[in-house]
Design a protein around this ligand. Sequence first.
Ligand SMILES: Cc1cc2nc3c(=O)[nH]c(=O)nc-3n(C[C@H](O)[C@H](O)[C@H](O)COP(=O)(O)OP(=O)(O)OC[C@H]3O[C@@H](n4cnc5c(N)ncnc54)[C@H](O)[C@@H]3O)c2cc1C
Length: 293
Amino acid sequence: MNKNDIIIIGAGPAGISAALQLRKFGLNPLIIEMGSVGGLLRNANKIENYPGFPGGISGLDLSELFKEQLDKAGLVVNNQEVQTLDYKDDTFFVKTTGGEYTCKYVFIATGTVPKKLTNLNLLENFGKIYYDVSSFESTTGKKFYVIGSGDIAFDYALTLSRKNDVTILNRGMKIKANILLEKEVLESKISYFENSDILKVTDVSDGLSLDLSSSGTEKSVKTDYLVIAVGRIPAKGFYSNLLVSMELELFKAGRLYLIGDVTNSSFRQAAIAAGDGVKAVMRFNEKIVLVQE
Ligand SMILES: Cc1cc2nc3c(=O)[nH]c(=O)nc-3n(C[C@H](O)[C@H](O)[C@H](O)COP(=O)(O)OP(=O)(O)OC[C@H]3O[C@@H](n4cnc5c(N)ncnc54)[C@H](O)[C@@H]3O)c2cc1C
């Protein structure tokens, strides 16, 4: 099998574990990643449910270990974005920002993208509205509003609150974050408001002006940044129309594998994603490699 017979799209926990498992079978996949090794996990404040780290580990530190492991295994990550994935004449065509590749097997490990808020005309090019916190590692003394009530919103708020003033707005009445995150946030200096929504966002010279409704009362507040974490959807926007219609058929034929958050609906956790990668490659090995021998 040639190197380019197998392409993995995405180098988060799912793509990395698939790549390492393929190495165990003596195969050398081409990995394509548009961001950095570790994927979404790089945003995680502290991971306490990934085996092997009794004191927990930050998402960034775990990602660096992933990178080291890939390097040691001789696996190279191509830093390109996949723009289109198509399929024709028994071959996948992968068009990226760096060129075009063909291959026989594809592992999709592209994770998720944030859901956008549709009730507001949010002009993201303000440069003040974000869907993750990776740009704020060294930001200090700023005011942030975070919208959301799940693990990600609460984790983002904790990360930002180390050096900044943070308020969480929960549009509902129920906290969806896990109990540890809930406790940590409610015991921290982070301000938290339920039944609160943003009605209007206005760009002002020194930040954003937010018109809010909070428990029935309307008010206007100033902030430097707004971070939106109201859910995520699978990242498959690069599929060609034909691929959308053939996904199931190619999956059943053992040619296309979906692993990790991209296919796990609400079961989005690093250990599940890593396990998916290993399992998919073992299935691939049984179905494809053994058949070819
Ligand atoms: C704030 C936060 C805290 C978290 N805390 C925890 C925790 O404590 N414990 C836990 O287990 N999990 C946690 N998670 C969840 C965990 O990060 C995910 O479950 C895990 O990263 C999913 O792995 P994945 O490989 O499926 O996808 P991802 O990690 O999302 O990786 C997908 C990769 O694909 C790349 N990609 C996407 N599209 C393309 C394209 N078109 N071309 C090229 N590359 C592409 C992306 O750049 C990305 O690197 C947390 C997540 C967040 C955001």
